[in-house]
Write a new protein. Structure first.
Ligand code: ZN
Length: 121
């Protein structure tokens, strides 16, 4: 069972939905902005340009990966809210600090566990 007040969980839920919208929008933009699309690549012949394109292509891939990851985390969090398991730490099973959830609603680790695994995304 959720031990959050309805108001709090609704706030978090809205936050998640808003972030999900944003992530999905960014994902769309990222794939449209990718300079390494075949037709664009074929048109560039200047030396040095390929490297630039490759570089920003990698950035696009990294960004896309991060966005997809964020999207997954948001989906998982929303699912957990529905199932009533939201707010439990994935690692130790303790309740995640409410302040942390308000700032990072898609987190699935409590503060101490995330410190232990602070490898970043
Ligand atoms: Zn934990």
């Amino acid at each position: 069972m959720l031990n959050f007040p309805t108001k709090t969980i609704n706030y978090i839920k809205n936050n998640l939905l808003r972030q999900q919208k944003e992530v999905e929008k960014n994902l769309k933009e990222v794939s449209e902005d990718d300079p390494a699309k075949p037709q664009i690549l074929a048109e560039t012949s200047e030396p040095g340009t390929d490297a630039y394109i490759a570089d920003s292509h990698i950035k696009t891939i990294v960004l896309e990966k991060q966005l997809k990851k964020a999207n997954n985390s948001i989906k998982t969090a929303l699912q957990r809210i529905k199932q009533g398991t939201y707010g439990k730490c994935d690692r130790c099973g303790h309740n995640i600090e409410i302040g942390r959830l308000l700032i990072m609603p898609m987190t699935s680790l409590c503060v101490s566990c995330s410190k232990k695994t602070s490898k970043r995304l």
